[in-house]
Structures are given as structure tokens and as C-alpha cells.
Design a protein around this ligand. Structure first.
Ligand code: NAD
Ligand code: ZN
Length: 251
């Protein structure tokens, strides 16, 4: 693996026409949404249970009210925004990826994030491996609700048509990924001439395993810290992804 700078990244991008981006929580930290594993991430704050427990299917079923307390507070507040908390907006990384797609160079964004910021920045082909907080469905009748309805609900969000509980369209721990999303993502990665992986610790499976479908020789890792899979990369750049991608010229 070679350590590279932004000039080399630019050169690699210039020479590619079927780029795929695979990202995680680190893509949104510059928008003000905390990741899980950085020192100031959610894993290092004190709760009664670790985040994996609170965001598991079992916990959702057994302690729904507590699930929603954590979920509204930690996962929705920044997406919705309040009088005291500023709403998170896309950053330079989201915008540059959208620009690369528009120029025909990037074919897909595959994300583990659930915040919808890639689409807000203008990306169109986005595979959301873990779903989105923006979509929510009644567990009884299927009616859909927006994120504001969820955030403004007290306790367990209830359907205004049938009274059923509403579940976010987010993949919880212990739940499987959507098959259509996986096959779309796998196809995109298989056909990519360049795979850029950024802002992810690559420890959450099966998501992290998808990068093994890449068969080219331009796998670039952009991350603040070392990741679990640094050895599979052809190139790596250490730094903030918004700052790095922000310097790329789309041509
Ligand atoms: P993670 O928290 O495990 O890892 C984030 C990685 O990004 C770390 O390696 C960190 O060093 C790096 N990073 C942080 N800020 C960065 C920046 N500005 N530039 C470059 N790198 C940066 O995140 P993960 O691998 O995505 O796994 C966590 C799981 O939690 C995911 O499955 C995801 O669904 C969920 N999650 C989503 C959000 C979101 O939607 N924004 C936020 C937190 C967690
Ligand atoms: Zn209903």
C-alpha cells in the first residue's frame, strides 16, 4: 500500500471513468454528525448500554421506549435540528461526490450512513446499506412517516391511522441487509475501475465485506485513522475526507 497526496489522488481520478465510493460515518462528521468509533464518537459516551445493544433488534423489541429516547436524541437531533442544535448539512465530501457523478465519472455511492446527506447534496445512485432515518413505516398498516413526525413523537411513535408502532427503515444490529441494495452495491463495485473508500472503520459486517468484490488496482482509502482493512488498499491518504475531496477538480 502506498501513502499518496491529493495530487496523486487527482491523477487517479482523472484516469478513471467508473468510480465507486464506499463510505461510512466519517463522511458526515464534518457535517457535525458524530461517528461511532472516533474518540469523541458515540462509543465513548456513557450510556446504560453500549450503542450496539441499544441499536439492536432485540433491544428495539424489548425496550422500545428507551430505544426511541436514544434514537431521537442521538440519531435524529442533528438531522432535524432544534432551536439549540443546528441541522446537519452536506459537506464538501458529499458535494464533490455528487459533482463527480454528474460529470459521469462516478457511478455509485455506497454508504453505511443513514442520514440522507448524499442525496441532499445531489447524488442520485446511492445504495444505503443500513437504510435511512428519513423513511419510517407503521409496523401494522405500512403507512409512511417523515423524520419530523418521528422526532416530534413522545415516547414510542404511533401511526395516526391505525395506532400501530412506527419503525424507522434503518437496519438494526441482528437484522439483515436488503437484498436489492446489496446486489446493486455488489454490481457497482465489481464494475468499478476505481474504488474510493472513506470515513469508515470497516469493522461492521456484512457491509465491510462488500469491498472484496472489487477487482481493479485502484483501491484508495481516505481515513483519519488506520482502519481494519488498510492492507487491502492500493493507496491511502490520511486526513479529513471533506478537506481532501474538496480539493479535487472535476474535469
Ligand atoms: P465508525 O464510527 O466505525 O468509523 C468512522 C471512521 O471514520 C473512523 O475510522 C474515523 O477515524 C473516520 N473518520 C471520522 N471523521 C473523519 C473525517 N472527517 N475524514 C475521514 N475519516 C474520518 O463508522 P462506520 O464504519 O460507518 O460504522 C458505524 C456504523 O454506524 C455504520 O454501520 C453506520 O450505519 C452507523 N452510523 C451512521 C452515522 C450516519 O448516518 N452519519 C453516524 C454514526 C454511525
Ligand atoms: Zn398504521
Amino acid at each position: 500500500m502506498a501513502e499518496i497526496d491529493v495530487n496523486k489522488l487527482q491523477e487517479l481520478i482523472d484516469g478513471s471513468s467508473n468510480i465507486v465510493f464506499f463510505g461510512g460515518a466519517g463522511v458526515s462528521t464534518e457535517s457535525g454528525i458524530k461517528d461511532f468509533r472516533s474518540v469523541d464518537g458515540l462509543y465513548n459516551q456513557k450510556y446504560d448500554y453500549p450503542p450496539e445493544t441499544m441499536l439492536s433488534h432485540t433491544f428495539f423489541v424489548r425496550h422500545k421506549e428507551e430505544f426511541f429516547r436514544f434514537y431521537n436524541d442521538k440519531l435524529l437531533e442533528k438531522t432535524v435540528g432544534t432551536d439549540t442544535v443546528e441541522r446537519a448539512l452536506p459537506n464538501k465530501a458529499h458535494y464533490k461526490l455528487a459533482e463527480l457523478e454528474k460529470a459521469g465519472k462516478l457511478k455509485a455511492v455506497i454508504t453505511q450512513n443513514i442520514d440522507g446527506l448524499h442525496q441532499e447534496a445531489g447524488s442520485r445512485v446511492v445504495y444505503e446499506l443500513h437504510g435511512s432515518v428519513l423513511r419510517n413505516y407503521c409496523e401494522k398498516c405500512g403507512k409512511s412517516f417523515d423524520v419530523h413526525y418521528m422526532f416530534n413523537s413522545k415516547g414510542i411513535p404511533k401511526c395516526d391511522s391505525c395506532g400501530g408502532d412506527i419503525k424507522p427503515d434503518v437496519v438494526l444490529y441482528e437484522e439483515g441487509l436488503d437484498n436489492n441494495v446489496i446486489s446493486g452495491a455488489v454490481n457497482a463495485i465489481k464494475n468499478a475501475d476505481m474504488l474510493i473508500i472513506g470515513g469508515t472503520s470497516l469493522v461492521v459486517y456484512p457491509a465491510a465485506g462488500l469491498i472484496d468484490y472489487y477487482r481493479g488496482d485502484k483501491l484508495v482509502l481516505i481515513n483519519k485513522d488506520a482502519t481494519a482493512r488498510d492492507s487491502v488498499a492500493d493507496y491511502s491518504i490520511h486526513g479529513k475526507i471533506g478537506e481532501i475531496l474538496g480539493q479535487i477538480v472535476v474535469r
